[in-house]
Design a protein around this ligand. Structure first.
Ligand code: SF4
Ligand code: SF4
Length: 169
């Protein structure tokens, strides 16, 4: 059974909302001046000049790692491209002349499709691809800008001394 509740009578002052608006403005002003003068509870930062450090497990822009002789570690095995659920890695393989190995003639990642799941990194047996660059891919104006090439990925890459086969040293 429905219970009837009496509505309190609202006089003209209450119905004008002026006291409540003034009360709200008082609270807003208090927060504004406290934050402006003390910056005590301010959680925003002056991005992009100031940036929060990403957590250690943050998955950002990919990088291709290098060997001690500065050549690319990738052996164009296609495991990352096969594991990628977004089908966004395209590799063209070539033969290395100095070793009985392949290498990527081209290595592209389409960032319009990438979901930063890290499966490529997990699948790689050579520690050749990582998402630990600490940067995120900056947006571009064209679709072409969203496809990073081998050179872009190598530019962020560093030395990896992992044994080929995935055992970290
Ligand atoms: S992070 Fe995931 S979606 Fe992006 S390239 Fe790697 S496997 Fe593909
Ligand atoms: S899994 Fe590693 S070695 Fe194989 S193609 Fe991908 S990045 Fe290169």
């Amino acid at each position: 059974m429905a219970k009837l509740v009496d509505r309190p009578k609202a006089d003209l002052v209450i119905r004008s909302y002026i006291p409540e608006v003034l009360r709200g403005l008082r609270v807003t002003s208090r927060h504004f001046w406290v934050n402006f003068l003390t910056r005590k509870n301010v959680v925003t930062i002056e991005y992009p000049e100031e940036k929060y450090p990403y957590p250690p497990r943050f998955r950002g822009q990919h990088r291709l790692m290098k060997r001690e002789d500065d050549s690319v570690r990738c052996v164009a095995c296609f495991l990352c491209a096969t594991a990628c659920p977004a089908d966004c890695i395209t590799i063209k393989a070539g033969e290395r002349s100095d070793k009985n190995e392949k290498y990527p003639v081209s290595f592209e990642i389409d960032y319009i499709r990438c979901i930063f799941c890290g499966m490529c990194e997990e699948a790689c047996p050579c520690d050749a691809i990582r998402l630990d660059s600490g940067d995120h891919k900056l947006p571009g104006y064209t679709r072409e800008e969203e496809v990073l090439q081998k050179e872009d990925l190598l530019a962020k890459g560093g030395l990896s001394i992992a044994k080929q086969g995935g055992i970290l040293q």
